[in-house]
Design a protein around this ligand. Structure first.
Ligand code: ADP
Ligand code: ZN
Length: 620
């Protein structure tokens, strides 16, 4: 069938200008909706490819596309990216010197740009609205649209004023984009922006290239070291609850020779900007951050995200881990879990004055601890939280992903008789000897034979149960104790300093020499080599020529430094990997590599081919 002349060939543009062979899920429908002049609400997870949804129409549609974005730092990045693709784009913000600002304004008057990035407060200023009316706007794209809603996780009141757009530009289509899934936020976006009944596209929230792992936090620095050892030279983020903790970890990592910086709201804006820039340009490997380090991170090659402390809730956890693997290559998400964190947070929650707020916070926390302690596939649990069933491409429901800790090391039931007997006798012996009960930590100290002040003061090193439990780690003992509490053999007295008591059922169990089964404890150490290979395979890692890849990276690094842009602006790791698989030898071969459009091939093709060749010539 001949292509209608008035219908642009968006597949060809995708290939030539962006260098991509196929659309990601929902991209095509969103682009087509906008080309038809409809309003569109697009809900795609991080890394789902939201930018393309408005950038492609911006190239095709007549007039200027105005993109509203909350973060000034991000605009430059986006414009650099578009520059590389050969799309004339610019931004206006307060960081520009007046000369430059005026020059851009003049070029806008001359219709020299296809895309203009603006912060919301600048867009709604009267002078700007007037100017836009003269610039023939063809499309408005509202990025991070959840910022308009108080129900979202990042409300910004400047976003509220965007409601004027519908009045001032009644005929111009509007696309709102976000990665926030909740229905409340969705409805709020549509209402606040006064969208004409929009076409709504909601993508799956599954991030197949991310793996999730929950590890009891028993030796955090050592555990972090292990994760870093699995990601040599790769970028990562470590999230912490407090500013102080970010600085402590920064210091510890720096001492080990790892380029790390802390990032939190206590630093002034300049310093934060500087550190973010260092991270984007790979001058530091690890950002140790509070949640203040958030939405601005469009670095596509973040390979791991560690939560040193419990995140605020599952939604935050999903957003924060979502910053890994935007480029589609594997990303590892590790949560260092401590039951103690949960207890502390519960105490803080108890102090919340407002009853409704308190109960919401409690519900969030219990969902989160359920997730952490759960034995089912992490991916299945996460998706379920967002009301989604985990399916394969054929729509079959799946119960396992094969890449998370619970899939790699299934938490089957094990015989817990021996540890249960040890724990129960230890609790009884302590009470017998001292006449009072003690908390979980002390019982574990006695079982593990720890030399603590309390052990010495109370003479517990003389107990027959002292040190008999050295075959299990502290976190395993904590796990066993939790299981016994759950099974009703031990009671934790919340009224009396969480002292442990053996219940009647516990005594009977000991006397009758019964057997019990418990959940196997979570792994605290690193994944075995073999499991790690499986994890990588299940999250889409491919085999490529490491040497060629290294050479390409060096080439890209030089180029990026020359131009003062982050390396990923030149091209992504995924592109370099594809080259290291295919080892193309002609410019024509390069056009089959994802991420290389015509413009990039013209600019870099020869450089890439040289980098490939200089290694590919070794003896066969
Ligand atoms: P989001 O804003 O939704 O998090 P981005 O727009 O930053 O995602 O896109 C994430 C990455 O996916 C980018 O590196 C982009 O180049 C890439 N990408 C977008 N669309 C496609 C596609 N159709 N095929 C391959 N890669 C794509
Ligand atoms: Zn799984």
């Amino acid at each position: 069938m001949p292509v209608q002349s008035d219908r642009p060939d968006i597949d060809a543009i995708l290939r030539k200008q962006f260098g991509f062979a196929t659309f990601r899920p929902h991209q095509r429908q969103i682009v087509e909706g906008l080309l038809a002049g409809d309003d569109v609400l697009a809900i795609l997870p991080t890394g789902g490819g939201k930018s393309l949804c408005y950038q492609l129409p911006a190239i095709v549609r007549p007039g200027l596309t105005v993109v509203v974005s909350p973060l000034i730092a991000l605009m430059k990045d986006q414009v650099d990216n578009l520059d590389e693709l050969g799309v004339p784009a610019t931004f206006l913000n307060s960081s520009l010197p007046p000369d430059e600002y005026n020059r851009r304004w003049r070029d806008l008057n001359r219709r020299e740009y296809r895309i203009l990035y603006l912060a919301p407060e600048r867009l709604v200023n009267a002078e700007m609205l007037g100017a836009l009316q003269g610039w023939d706007v063809g499309l408005f794209a509202i990025d991070e649209a959840h910022c308009i809603s108080e129900w979202g996780h990042d409300f910004r009141k400047e976003y509220r004023e965007l409601s004027v757009l519908r009045d001032r530009f009644p005929g111009v289509p509007l696309v709102a984009l976000t990665a926030t899934a909740t229905e409340r936020v969705r409805n709020d976006i549509v209402a606040q922006l006064r969208m004409r009944p929009p076409r709504v596209h909601i993508a799956s929230f599954n991030r197949p290239n991310l793996s999730y792992r929950v590890v009891p936090r028993n030796a955090p620095m050592k555990q972090i070291q292990g994760i870093l050892a699995d990601h040599p030279g790769e970028s990562g983020i470590i999230y912490c609850m407090t500013r102080r903790r970010t600085e402590e970890i920064e210091e510890a990592l720096t001492r080990q020779g790892i380029a790390a910086r802390a990032y939190h709201a206590g630093l002034d804006a300049d310093e934060r900007g500087r550190r973010q820039d260092m991270f984007l340009k790979d001058r530091i490997q690890v950002m140790v951050a509070t949640v203040a380090f958030g939405m601005g991170i469009h670095k596509p090659d973040v390979r791991f995200v560690v939560h040193h402390d419990l995140p605020k809730n599952i939604e935050s956890y999903y957003q924060e881990t979502g910053r890994a693997g935007r480029d589609g290559l594997p990303g590892e998400c590790v949560l260092l879990y401590s039951g103690g964190d949960a207890v502390r947070i519960r105490r803080l929650i108890d102090e919340i004055g407002d009853e409704h707020e308190r109960s919401v916070a409690r519900a969030h926390l219990s969902k989160l601890t359920e997730f952490c302690e759960g034995t089912r596939c992490r991916r299945v649990q996460l998706l379920q939280y967002f009301g989604e069933t985990y399916c394969n491409g054929d729509g079959e429901v799946l119960q396992v992903c094969g890449a998370c800790d619970n899939c790699l090391n299934p938490r089957e039931r094990i015989d817990g008789t021996r540890p249960a007997q040890m724990l129960l006798s230890c609790i009884l012996r302590v009470r017998q000897k001292s006449g009072f009960g003690v908390g979980l930590q002390h019982v574990v100290d006695v079982l593990c034979g720890a030399d603590t002040e309390k052990v010495r003061r109370w003479g517990h090193q003389g107990l027959s149960t002292f040190g008999i439990g050295s075959e299990h780690s502290r976190s395993e003992w904590t796990h066993f104790a939790r299981e016994l509490i759950r099974l009703g053999l031990v009671r934790q007295d919340a009224e009396a300093f969480n002292v442990l008591e053996v219940t009647e059922a516990g005594r009977l169990f000991l006397k009758a020499r019964e057997r019990i089964e418990v959940d196997r404890p979570m792994m605290t150490g690193r994944l075995s080599r073999e499991k790690r290979e499986q994890q990588k395979k299940m999250t889409g890692a491919v085999a490529y020529d490491q040497e060629v890849f290294g050479r390409l990276r060096d080439w890209r690094k030089r180029l990026a430094a020359e131009r003062g842009v982050p390396a990923y602006v030149i091209c992504h790791d995924s592109t370099l990997q594809a080259i290291a698989v295919e080892k193309p030898s002609t410019l024509a071969d390069l056009s089959r590599i994802p991420g290389l459009g015509e413009r990039k091939i013209a600019a870099y093709g020869e450089g890439i081919l040289t980098a490939v060749r200089s290694l590919g010539t070794g003896p066969a």
